[in-house]
Design a protein around this ligand. Structure first.
Ligand code: CUA
Length: 342
């Protein structure tokens, strides 16, 4: 009886200490809560922390108490007492954890239903991952963007997909996460509650530049969001080459192709147009419009010598329209150092 009381006192003390610390520091342990969904996730996480803190106290208390109270004394050389079984104890340590796990299952299922429920006027944003870029399309406004801009307090459904391998869309401040799987569209609903700048990370190993597969996320006041949309919808003022630069940015081309002559993953676009290019099979080709378009649509066909390790997605044909391709060619041509080329 003395031992039971001693252990119980230790369990209560350690549990209360851990709970006090958790209550004070939980918000420092997690990122900012910037979406409605994050409150559900953090409530669930918080409840689990409290249960785990108690389990920690339970195990540590028995260990510490036994080390001190049941220490072998000098001259004590016999075996310890032999225990058989304790049915009451065994039923308890089966039924109690079962109840706790079932409770979390029910609460978790309820929260999952809450955070995935569509609201009537949700905004759709199509999110497309590729090695190693995020692209955002707003079908309601007919615009595409390299950054994810969202109005505050408006539910948005992100329709997440990929054009090459599996990626995963994750903004820690929103808490929820969804895989981007080629050939499939997975919805992820977010209602941002805090204006600010965040970063979407790729949370699935997807190749060499996985760690750098980032994009800016901006949560704006609804009026600022409208201003941004209006600016995007306005016809481009800079001509075809400028439009091509935007398309290259949105689709992540510039992550692999520099425009200053440096080599990233693919050949630089500076001074490319109109040049004669040596291919890996030894043949030579002039980098004209037909070559550029074929290299975008079929990156495995005319491989430039020195770039045999082709990692460019092979299905930009499904993403880029004919006008997009024309604009891209115009942009690449504008980087030409050739006098006579258009
Ligand atoms: Cu995309 Cu990791």
């Amino acid at each position: 009886m003395k031992h039971i009381l001693g252990v119980t006192a230790l369990i209560v003390a350690i549990t209360l200490a851990a709970w006090t610390w958790l209550g004070r520091s939980f918000d420092q342990l997690v990122p900012l809560r910037a979406s409605e969904e994050s409150f559900f996730i953090d409530r669930l996480l918080g409840m689990q922390f409290y249960v785990i803190a108690f389990l920690f106290a339970l195990i540590i208390s028995f260990m510490l108490y036994s080390i001190i109270a049941f220490r072998r004394k000098p001259g004590e050389n016999g075996d310890g007492d032999y225990f058989h079984s304790n049915t009451t104890l065994e039923i308890m340590w089966t039924v109690v954890p079962l109840g706790v796990v079932l409770y979390f299952a029910v609460v978790g299922a309820g929260y999952l239903g809450d955070i995935t429920a569509p609201e009537p006027n949700e905004m759709v944003v199509q999110v497309t991952g590729s090695q190693w870029n995020w692209r955002f399309d707003y079908p309601r406004f007919g615009i595409s963007s390299a950054e994810l801009n969202l109005p505050k307090n408006q539910q948005t459904v992100l329709e997440i997909s990929s054009i090459d391998v599996i990626h995963s869309f994750w903004v820690p401040e929103f808490r929820v996460k969804q895989d981007a799987v080629p050939g499939m569209v997975h919805p992820l609903r977010i209602t941002p509650t805090e204006t600010g700048a965040y970063v979407v990370r790729c949370a699935e190993i997807c190749g060499k530049d996985h760690a750098y597969m980032l994009a800016n996320v901006n949560v704006m006041e609804p009026a600022d969001f409208e201003t941004w949309v209006r600016a995007q919808v306005a016809p481009p003022t800079g001509g075809l080459a400028d439009a091509g630069h935007d398309i290259a940015e949105i689709n992540g081309c510039l992550g692999c192709h520099s425009v200053d002559g440096s080599i990233i993953t693919g050949p630089s676009w500076l001074g490319l147009f109109g040049e004669t290019v040596q291919l890996a099979d030894g043949s030579m080709v002039v980098a004209d419009e037909a070559y550029v378009i074929n290299s975008i649509l079929n990156p495995g066909e005319q491989i430039v010598a020195g770039f045999e390790d082709v990692s460019m997605p092979a299905n930009f044909g499904a993403v880029l329209s004919e006008e997009d391709l024309e604009a891209l060619v115009a942009y690449i041509a504008s980087l030409s150092t050739h006098e006579s080329e258009e």
